[in-house]
Ligand binder design. Structure first.
Ligand code: SF4
Ligand code: F3S
Ligand code: FES
Length: 254
């Protein structure tokens, strides 16, 4: 049949504590996990807190953990689970609980603010920017980010290590540093801002040991590790350990 009753287990509580609550809930063909959460709100748990907006995998709001894996509730089809399987939904583990499935993701906004913006070239006016097509295309992948923070949640550097949050920007914001550092027109260096050095010293690039868990959970399938973090590490290492490369880069940029 097309409908069945599923076993759900949902974390409920707040900053003071909580636990898993069991539900039996109806599932219809074609539904996603967010549909089931909405059905729970409509029928059994009207005060169940969940954050969502678009139900189309585009707003990045409905991030949670399903059977321990960081995922978007609206993009996880019920058909990926066995009908007899218990589906457990818990809030993002790396961030403080607000209530039920809602967490306080302000760590991410704080980290976003720590990345200095693009510095426009001083000697070019509007309309005078010229870039190679490959330099235009490379960051387009990074710009697909919907800021769901699933990568930030899963990265082991902070997942169970609150103490690393101060020093580590996380994959999403190291990717942003990489994007700016690759930008041929970014004039940060002329203002004394070396993005390769700050990637290490201020955004904690060295904490990343390229486990790629971030890439594995990204709903936009951005190759965060291979296309942003590893290239940034290579560029930062060149800068740090090879004065000739460093000098060469300096001269080439002029
Ligand atoms: Fe989400 Fe991917 Fe952006 Fe990380 S890089 S915040 S996983 S869309
Ligand atoms: Fe973390 Fe991704 Fe690096 S999961 S360790 S940022 S490759
Ligand atoms: Fe917008 Fe899921 S509700 S991404």
């Amino acid at each position: 049949s097309t409908s069945y009753t599923a076993h759900f287990r949902v974390w409920r509580g707040d900053i003071d504590g909580g636990g898993l609550t069991d539900f039996e809930v109806e599932v219809h063909e074609g539904e996603v996990v967010l549909d089931i959460v909405h059905r729970l709100q409509a029928t059994q748990a009207p005060d169940l807190a969940v954050r969502w907006n678009c139900k189309a995998g585009k707003c990045g709001s409905c991030s949670a953990e399903i059977n321990g894996r960081p995922r978007l509730l609206c993009m996880t089809r019920m058909s990926v689970f066995e009908r007899t399987e218990t589906v457990t939904i818990t809030p993002l583990r790396a961030f403080p609980i607000v209530r039920d499935l809602v967490t306080d993701v302000s760590y991410n906004y704080a980290k976003a603010r720590e990345v200095p913006a693009f510095v426009p070239p001083q000697d070019l006016g509007p309309g005078e920017y010229r870039m190679q097509q490959e330099d235009v295309e490379r960051p387009q992948e990074f710009r697909k980010c919907i800021e769901c923070f699933l990568c930030q949640d899963t990265c082991h550097v902070v997942r169970d290590h609150e103490e690393n949050k101060q020093a580590f920007a996380g994959p999403r914001f190291l990717m942003r540093v990489a994007e700016l550092d690759m930008h041929p027109l970014d004039a940060a260096e002329e203002t004394g801002l070396d993005r390769k050095t700050t990637a290490q010293d201020e955004h904690g690039l060295g904490y990343c040991n390229i486990t790629k868990c971030c890439t594995d959970v990204c709903p936009e399938h951005i190759k965060i590790t291979d296309n942003a973090l590893i290239p940034l590490k290579e560029r930062a290492a060149d800068r740090k350990y090879d004065p000739i490369v460093w000098l060469g880069n300096k001269i080439r940029r002029r």
